[in-house]
Design a binder for this molecule. Sequence first.
Ligand SMILES: [Zn+2]
Length: 144
Amino acid sequence: MTSCPFCDIVNGTGPASLVHEDDLTMAFIPLNPIYPGACIVIPKEHIDHFTELPDDLAAAVMVVSQRIGRKIMKIYQPLKVGMVVHGFGVRHAHLNLIPQYHPLDITYKHLAYIEDGKVKFSEKHLPHPTRDELDALAAVLRLD
Ligand SMILES: [Zn+2]
C-alpha cells in the first residue's frame, strides 16, 4: 500500500473495477459513479496534476478516454460524454468521464444539497454501489 489510492490500484494492492489497462494507462469505475458509464482514466505513473504529464502520456490518457467515451455513447446513449480534470481529491492525475443527460451534469450538480438553509456539497447523495455492482459496470465498458 502507498499513500496514493490510485498507485495502489496500479500496483494491484488496491481494489478497482477495471475497464482498461495498457502500458501507460488504466481506467476504472469511480466508487460513487454519478451515472452508469462514469469512469476514471489515469496515467499509471504517479504525477500529481494533468498539466504536468509529458505530451505522450497526456495523449495516451486522452485517446483511452475518447475510446471509452465512444462506448459510453453507444451503450448508455447520453446526450454527450463530458470530461473533467479538476485536480482535487486524489493527488494523482485523473480524468473523469461523465455521461451527460443534462448540461448541468458536468458540474456534478448531484453533489449539492441544502441543509439548514445553506448549500452544501457531498458525495453522500451519489450512488454507493457494491464492488460486485461496480464490477458489472466495468464489464459493460471494458475495451476490446
Ligand atoms: Zn499515485
